[in-house]
Ligand binder design. Structure first.
Ligand code: NAP
Length: 298
C-alpha cells in the first residue's frame, strides 16, 4: 500500500477538501491549507509553500467553483483553475511528488448522447469549464506524476451545494421549479474522497492520467431534487426533522431555457467510470445510495 510522508492539501474548507482531510491522514502527515494560508491566484505563494513543506503528495481540490460568476471574472477563474494546477505540477516534478487534482464534467459540451469517456473530445461551454480544461492541460504538459479526477454535481452534508439548497428552499418556499433536461450523476464529496484514497493506496508509476470519478447511475436536477425530498420525508418522523413546505411530488419540472443562467451548462454530463474501476478496482455507489448515506448524517 502506498504511504506518503508529507501530504499537502488545499481547499480544506471546500466540500471535497473537507471530506479528504480525515481520510488522507491514514496515508501520511497532512498539511491542510485554506485560502488565507495559500491563495491559488498567486503562483509565487504556491511555489514558496510547496518548497517549504516538501510534500511527496499534493492534493488540490481547491478551485474557483462559482460557475456563473466566472463568466464575469474570467482572469481570476483562469488564474486559480487554469494556471495554479500547472504551478503545482512544476513544483511536484522538482520534488518527485505525485499531484492529485480535480476537474469537471463541464469540460464537455454535452452533445454526446452516451456517457463520456476520458479520451472524448472536450469543448467547454463556459468560462469555468474552459479554465478547468486549461488546468488539466497545464498538468499534462509538465509531465509530473499526476491523477486528475473529473467529477460532477458534487454535494455533501458540508458546504454549499444542491442538496442543502433544495432542503432550504423546500422549507422556505411554496413552489419549487427545477431543470429536468440536464442529465448527470450527483456525486457525494465522501464518495470522491473514498475513491481518491483507494486510488492512492494502489498508486504506482504508470497509472497517471485523467479518470472519471462519479457515483453510478443517471438522473436530472429534477430527479435529484425529488429524491432528496423523498429521502428526507422518509426519515423526517423518526429523526424529528422539521417538516418542509414542499413535498417531493410537488416539485415542478422546467427546461434549461426556462431557467437562464450566465454560464451555459452541458445537457449531458454523463461520464463513464470504467477506467477508474479497471485501473484501481474501485466502484463508487449508485448516486441515490450515496445520497442516503449523506442524508442520514445531516
Ligand atoms: N462543486 C461541484 O459541483 C463540482 C462539480 C465538478 C467538479 N468539481 C471540482 O471538484 C473540486 C472540488 O470542488 P468542491 O465542490 O469541493 O468546491 P468548493 O466546495 O467550492 O470548494 C472550493 C475551495 O476552493 C477554495 N478556493 C477558492 N479560491 C481559492 C483561492 N484563490 N486560493 C485558495 N483556495 C481557494 C475555496 O475557499 P473558500 O472556502 O475560502 O471559499 C473552497 O474551500 C474542484 O476542482 C471543482 O472544480 C466540483
Amino acid at each position: 500500500m502506498a504511504k506518503f510522508n508529507k501530504i499537502l492539501l488545499t481547499g480544506i474548507n471546500g466540500q471535497v477538501g473537507h471530506a479528504l482531510y480525515p481520510k488522507l491522514q491514514t496515508l501520511g502527515e497532512v498539511f491542510a491549507l485554506d485560502r488565507g494560508q495559500l491563495d491559488l491566484a498567486n503562483p509565487d505563494a504556491i511555489r514558496e509553500v510547496v518548497q517549504r513543506i516538501k510534500p511527496d503528495l499534493i492534493t488540490n481540490p481547491a478551485a474557483y467553483t462559482a460557475v456563473d460568476k466566472a463568466e464575469s471574472e474570467p482572469e481570476l477563474a483562469h488564474a486559480i483553475n487554469g494556471i495554479a494546477p500547472g504551478v503545482f505540477a512544476e513544483e511536484a516534478a522538482k520534488l518527485g511528488a505525485l499531484l492529485v487534482h480535480y476537474s469537471t464534467d463541464y469540460v464537455f459540451d454535452g452533445k454526446k448522447t452516451t456517457a463520456y469517456i476520458e479520451s472524448d473530445e472536450t469543448n467547454p461551454l463556459s468560462v469555468y469549464g474552459a479554465s478547468k480544461l486549461a488546468g488539466e492541460k497545464a498538468i499534462q504538459a509538465v509531465g509530473a506524476a499526476h491523477l486528475i479526477f473529473r467529477t460532477s454535481w458534487v454535494y455533501g452534508a458540508y458546504g454549499k451545494n444542491f442538496l442543502r439548497t433544495i432542503l432550504r428552499l423546500a422549507a422556505e418556499r411554496d413552489t419549487l421549479s427545477i431543470v429536468a433536461d440536464q442529465f448527470g450523476a450527483p456525486t457525494s464529496s465522501e464518495s470522491i474522497a473514498d475513491a481518491t484514497i483507494s486510488a492512492l493506496q494502489q498508486w504506482e508509476t504508470g497509472k497517471d492520467g485523467i479518470y472519471h470519478l462519479i457515483n453510478s447511475g443517471k438522473t436530472s436536477w429534477l430527479g435529484f431534487a425529488k429524491e432528496i425530498l423523498s429521502q428526507y420525508e422518509s426519515l423526517q418522523e423518526v429523526r424529528k426533522w422539521p417538516p418542509l413546505k414542499i413535498k417531493s411530488a410537488d416539485v415542478r419540472s422546467i427546461t434549461t431555457a426556462e431557467y437562464p443562467t450566465q454560464a451555459h451548462r452541458p445537457a449531458n454530463s454523463m461520464m463513464s467510470a470504467h477506467k477508474l474501476e479497471k485501473t484501481f478496482n474501485h466502484t463508487s455507489n449508485a448516486w441515490n445510495q450515496a445520497l442516503s448515506q449523506v442524508i442520514t448524517t445531516l
